[in-house]
Design a protein around this ligand. Structure first.
Ligand SMILES: [Zn+2]
Ligand SMILES: [Zn+2]
Length: 181
């Protein structure tokens, strides 16, 4: 009956197969009392039902940026979910450091914002919109902008008249804004 299991990906802890179960996703080596591996990922995280594709990406890259998590009060929020070395999950809204002031850049529903935006003495208005020219920035691209000043590759974007163009996204020369370069 082995081939009737649904394999979602490879366990990053032990290399075994991760299969879909009624409650979530479990490493095949995580069975019995003397299990060799402790990997189990709940099918619902932060009041959000996970898809097989998302779990597959999480297993492969050890992290995934997702929208639609919800607090107990059903206020939704995006976050970066990461798989720690012991198999437990971590949620972290911080994706990098602000190139302008060094504060934390946090993911929001529409933009990546500097955490010092409310700072009394020295508020920072640095922002990276999540949607730029119809392109949704990936986690890697946001980190490239914060760390290297620009995306590693040009990305496809769209003009108002529908024409496609390709440019890198990065900091303006004064590092105050994010622009197409
Ligand atoms: Zn495992
Ligand atoms: Zn800042």
């Amino acid at each position: 009956m082995e081939n009737e299991k649904k394999i979602i990906g490879r366990c990053p802890l032990c290399g075994g197969n991760v299969v879909k179960t009624c409650k979530g996703y479990r490493c095949e080596n995580n069975t019995g009392e003397e299990a060799k591996c402790g990997l189990f990922i709940n099918g619902v995280i932060g009041n959000r039902k996970m898809t097989d594709e998302e779990i597959s990406t999480l297993l492969e890259k050890r992290e995934i940026m997702l929208d639609g998590f919800a607090t107990k009060e059903w206020k939704t929020f995006p976050t970066v979910l990461s798989l720690k070395q012991d198999g437990s999950l971590d949620m972290n809204a911080v994706v990098g450091k602000c190139p302008r002031c060094g504060g934390d850049i946090r993911i929001g529903t529409k933009a990546f914002n500097c955490s010092n935006y409310k700072d009394q003495a020295n508020p920072c208005a640095f922002v990276i919109w999540r949607n730029i020219g119809g392109h949704l920035l990936t986690l890697d691209e946001v980190r490239q902008i914060c760390n290297d000043g620009q995306t590693a590759e040009a990305v496809d974007m769209f003009r108002e008249d529908g024409f496609k163009f390709s440019k890198k996204i990065g900091l303006s020369p004064d590092k105050l804004q994010v622009v197409k370069i």
